[in-house]
Design a protein around this ligand. Structure first.
Ligand code: GLU
Length: 297
């Protein structure tokens, strides 16, 4: 397995869908603090499988991270640049009989009949037991290439999170390769994290529900499970997740000095640089509640 001889690392893995806002920057700072305070390397990865044409946004994200003082130890990897890494894992899973083709549209999934106690948001298993003849028929009917789903033997899996403790979440037959042939998010992050020697995953707590699926897949592939820390998201004054449309929330709008001050103040350790924050960093003291960002900040 790649990465096992390198010292372990933490990471920040933005998707280049839009410029980073103060909430994303705060998550990046926390990921950096968690890694550096535990003697880990730190890596930045561009998760651009959905936004492959957004290189200009990714470049700006990297510039913004560097501007606030986030440092990384290897040139950033871009997910779109190594499809073979995902393909070989997908081939392995296929060989082990763990994948099946799925012809369902989003709508099919929403409308599918469910067992009375089936968890919300779980794939109902429509394509799991199709015969070859049925598959051929679905292929002809839909006229689009199928996605590949993992044939799981669990309905839930528990991960340990530094901030949330034991967290149990759904593991359904999730997609590992989309109909367009691109690796799905849950597969790509697991494969990349291990290939890059990442053993500490710090990210926004909107991704906590994805971690049981990812940890389940990691175990299936014989990978070590990373340490997780899902940090509270930043909210706007209405209590909704902060977004770019909320106003002056990007680094270009806030300015580097002010952004660093705001982030450190939100953590409860006023500081003017990331190194000063690092000197005081204590995960046990992290605020448990989300940070509400006021535009006058
Ligand atoms: N690229 C994902 C996002 O920006 C995060 C992936 C991860 O941290 O696992 O939402």
């Amino acid at each position: 397995m790649a990465g096992v001889t390198r010292s372990p690392a933490g990471r920040f893995a933005p998707s280049p869908s839009a410029d980073l806002h103060i909430g994303n920057l705060r998550t990046a700072v926390l990921a950096w603090l968690f890694a550096r305070s535990t003697g880990r390397r730190f890596l930045v990865r561009i998760d651009d499988l959905d936004d492959r044409t957004h290189t200009h946004i990714a470049d700006r994200q990297l510039e913004d991270l560097a501007a606030i003082g986030v440092t990384w130890d290897e040139p950033p990897e871009w997910q779109s640049q190594h499809p073979q890494r995902y393909d070989s894992v997908i081939a392995e899973l296929k060989e082990r009989g763990l994948l099946y083709e799925c012809y369902c549209s989003r709508r099919d999934i929403q409308q599918a009949p469910r067992a009375p106690h089936a968890p919300q948001g779980a794939y109902p298993g429509t394509c799991r037991q199709l015969t070859e003849a049925e598959r051929r028929q679905r292929r002809d009917e839909t006229g689009r290439p199928p996605a590949l789903r993992l044939r799981t033997d669990a309905i839930a899996y528990t991960v340990h999170d530094v901030l949330h403790g034991d967290y149990m979440g759904i593991v359904d037959d999730f997609v590992v390769r989309r109909g367009d042939g691109v690796a799905a998010y849950n597969l790509a992050v697991v494969v990349d994290d291990v290939a890059q020697g990442i053993d500490q995953v710090v990210r926004g707590d909107d991704l906590l529900p994805s971690s049981p699926r990812q940890a389940y897949l990691a175990r299936l592939l014989g990978y070590p499970e990373p340490t997780y820390a899902h940090v509270a998201l930043v909210l706007n004054e209405d209590g909704a997740r902060l977004a770019k449309r909320d106003g002056a929330v990007t680094l270009a709008e806030i300015g580097v000095e002010r952004a660093v001050e705001q982030i450190s103040a939100s953590l409860g350790w006023p500081a003017s640089s990331l190194d000063e924050m690092l000197a005081q960093f204590d995960p046990a003291q992290l605020p448990k509640h989300p940070w509400v960002y006021t535009l006058t900040g």
